[in-house]
Design a binder for this molecule. Structure first.
Ligand SMILES: [Zn+2]
Length: 431
């Protein structure tokens, strides 16, 4: 970045105003005359940020590291500087945030985006109180197996873009609708073209072909399927639940994955009490996901774990009219909590992290600050990343600008599309 330290323009010294006079942010403009003509723009200052969540306590107030009248300097794909606007170093270009609030890009640490088809009728029947006997996940497995690579790739691209428009700049996604070595590896290969956070979920359900012999399916998942998938995956996951995989099977699968260098994460305690959470903590999994039905021992295990994040997925409870997980109980006990969408065609067909934040505040006992942090820094911790989920020098330049004076509006104005600009790895993708 430039070594100059003078403010880029007089606008950086004016206090931010809300609402901005024009209602729209002006396009970025070049820096001082003569400064940028001879070389390409590599640094950009986003200035006139009314309220900036950094998730870096040393940079601002409280646990959110909140700064008022702030600026951020982006250099390439990284954040070079964040602080009071009046002290912002010079940059090649500047972007006037118009007094809007800025937050770190959301980190969605749990989604299932590689699939074909949808399950509108199943959702409609469930919400209409009508019985529905078609195949659930098996319906998606059949459609996914029948889809071309191009169709699956286009679907992932569409959902990643949809999430980006709502402020998500890092997204994890899983296999789990192929359930053969070929189809699972294909799903992960396609996912890996869109994100580095790919999770092998051959143990989503027992494949239909193995319905009578789940032990043989576990052998497949820990053998040839793992061999085919490991090159494309960072994580290994199991749906540990009655009707899917029990604790012993889950342990076998996660241990086999870990031996191949994949780090465990677990679908745990979603539909009922069970061994998933304690297994996740015992194995040092990065996260126990869902955590809806927790005993006091489960809560203690998560609270005392230094490495397993409790990832809550309220879109699933919303879409199935189930009871929400008790985030307040987990936070008060000392557990680290993340919020994520669980985007999938059966039980949570949303890519909207702001929606999850609104539910978490309204129905799960989280404060707006806690929910915002769980959707950013919490997700980063669930993915064991220190370069995302915060705004600080050296972090990825992932920032969402809100058409609002404060991040609290994400919960205060539910359902309103507040994300008005997004930078992902330093590139302004929206706004
Ligand atoms: Zn899931």
């Amino acid at each position: 970045m430039s070594s100059a330290t003078a403010p880029t323009s007089s606008s950086t010294t004016s206090p931010p105003t809300w609402p901005p006079p024009s209602g729209r942010s002006p396009p970025p403009r070049a820096g001082r005359a003569g400064h940028t003509r001879s070389r390409p723009v590599t640094t950009t200052v986003i200035t006139n940020i009314g309220s900036l969540v950094t998730n870096t306590p040393g940079l601002g107030e409280g646990p959110l590291g909140l700064l008022r009248d702030a600026a951020v300097v982006i250099d390439g794909d990284r954040i070079a500087w964040a602080g009071p606007a009046g002290r912002a170093p010079a940059a090649d270009a500047s972007y006037d945030a118009g007094g809007r609030a800025a937050v770190p890009g959301f980190v969605d640490s749990h989604s299932h985006l590689v699939f074909a088809g949808d399950r509108t009728e199943e959702f409609n029947a469930r919400m209409s109180g009508r019985p529905y006997t078609a195949g659930g996940i098996r319906t998606t497995v059949a459609a996914t197996r029948a889809a071309s690579d191009e169709e699956l790739d286009a679907n992932v691209a569409r959902f990643v873009t949809e999430a980006l428009r709502q402020g998500t700049t890092t997204i994890e996604t899983k296999s789990g609708y192929g359930l053969t070595p070929h189809d699972e590896a294909r799903a992960l290969r396609i996912a890996a073209a869109h994100t580095s956070e790919t999770t092998y979920l051959g143990a989503h359900i027992v494949a239909p072909e193995y319905a009578g012999d789940p032990a043989a399916y576990v052998d497949l998942v820990t053998g040839p399927m793992l061999d085919a998938c490991a090159p494309y995956a960072r994580w290994v996951d199991v749906f540990c639940e009655e009707g899917a995989f029990d604790g012993d099977q889950a342990r076998t699968i996660l241990t086999a994955g870990a031996k191949r260098g994949l780090v465990p994460r677990v679908h745990a305690n979603q539909l009922s009490y069970g061994p998933g959470v304690r297994l996740a903590v015992e194995l040092g999994a990065a996260s126990a996901d869902h955590c809806t039905h927790l005993t006091p021992e489960d809560v203690d295990a998560l609270a005392q774990s230094g490495s397993t994040v409790a990832t809550l997925l309220p879109g699933a409870e919303f879409s199935t009219r189930a009871r929400y997980p008790d985030a307040r109980r987990l936070i008060d006990a000392g557990a680290t909590v993340a919020l994520s969408t669980d985007c999938n065609p059966g039980s949570s067909f949303t890519t909207a992290m702001p929606f999850c934040i609104a539910i978490a505040v309204r129905d799960m006992g989280m404060t707006p600050d806690e929910a915002l942090q769980a959707a950013t820094l919490g997700g980063a911790k669930a993915l064991r990343r220190t370069d995302v989920g915060r705004v600080a020098p050296g972090a990825c330049a992932d920032i969402a600008l809100l058409d609002a004076p404060s991040h609290v509006h994400l919960a205060y104005r539910p359902g309103v599309p507040l994300v008005s600009a997004v930078w992902r790895r330093g590139v302004r993708e929206l706004g």
